[in-house]
Design a protein around this ligand. Sequence first.
Ligand code: DAH
Length: 366
Amino acid sequence: MYVEYVRICTNKVSIIIRHKQLERYMINKIEELLAEIEAFTPQNSADVEAFRIKILGKKGALGALMEEFKSVPAAEKRELGQRLNHLKNVATERINTLKEEIGNAAAMNAAKIDDMTRPGSTESVGSRHPISIVKQEIESIFSRLGYTVADGPEIEDDWHVFSALNFPPEHPARDMQDTFFIESNPDVVLRTHTSSIQVRTMERQKPPIRVICPGRVFRNEAISYRAHCIFHQIEGLYIDRNVSFADMKQSLLYFAKELFGEQAQIRMRPSYFPFTEPSAEVDVSCSICGGKGCGVCKGTGWLEIMGCGMVDPNVLKYNNIDPNEFSGFAFGMGIERIAMLKYGVGDLRLYFENDVRFLNQFESAL
Ligand code: DAH
């Protein structure tokens, strides 16, 4: 009986000792692992992954400890459980941080220039459209003479395109420009010239007026190398007291010299426009042959560049400006035509095709 008792006691003691040993072992193991985690310095992401498997993997160190944890008596579970949780958190956090650091370092390495002598790769740069280049150049020349830029709508009414510019109804001058009408309403048109912006400017502003009006215009014309149903114009208008024909001539000579070079000359030929009186066509000396005569100027030595004239007193009256007090001049030119002369472009349609081989040839300082 006593022997039996002693045996049971001894058993109990040995069980208690075994439990104590297990706890000690586990705490030691946890401390060891924490130190190992802290000291771990991987070379690459594969190292980190191997380490993760070793500690947190299914058959890893933490899993083994969890297995042992099952045989820990309930009274001890609390403290050991906390230690195990701590180990798990520290391991997970450290592994995540290492993964991120190694990922960033790899990205930086990839971006590093390994060969400083290697030629750089060039980006292809677009160029401005020749119509934009010429438009800006014309605007810039007139801005130096004190002109500002004005704008207006492309869809207009009869008043702004014709009537206020002294085109009487049924007057044959309306046939000078083949008009697109909108929805068979003869009062709504696509503007045939930028002169309509003159009218809109006079409505808004009292003299002195000095504006330049660039814009797209529309005419019902068959498309060919020298005509298009859509093109661009620039209109100019100058109204003040005592504005004379000589002022106009000098301004346009300055313009021609700025655009085509100091050697450029102009001449004026009498012409007719309903909105100007007197009216003229302006020619510039041919910049290709210097005035001697060539294929471009058809042997004349001159190239037509614009229409101009003194603003008709009727136009001033229609726009509530007193013609006895004020006078002015106006001019209008096609941007495509100026660009053709400036760059030697032989076919108007090229401007609208947007072939990069054509467009890439134009460079602008503006
Ligand atoms: N509007 C005219 C046209 O489209 C161009 C023009 C000529 C405008 C003479 C003017 C001018 O202002 O005075 O053909």
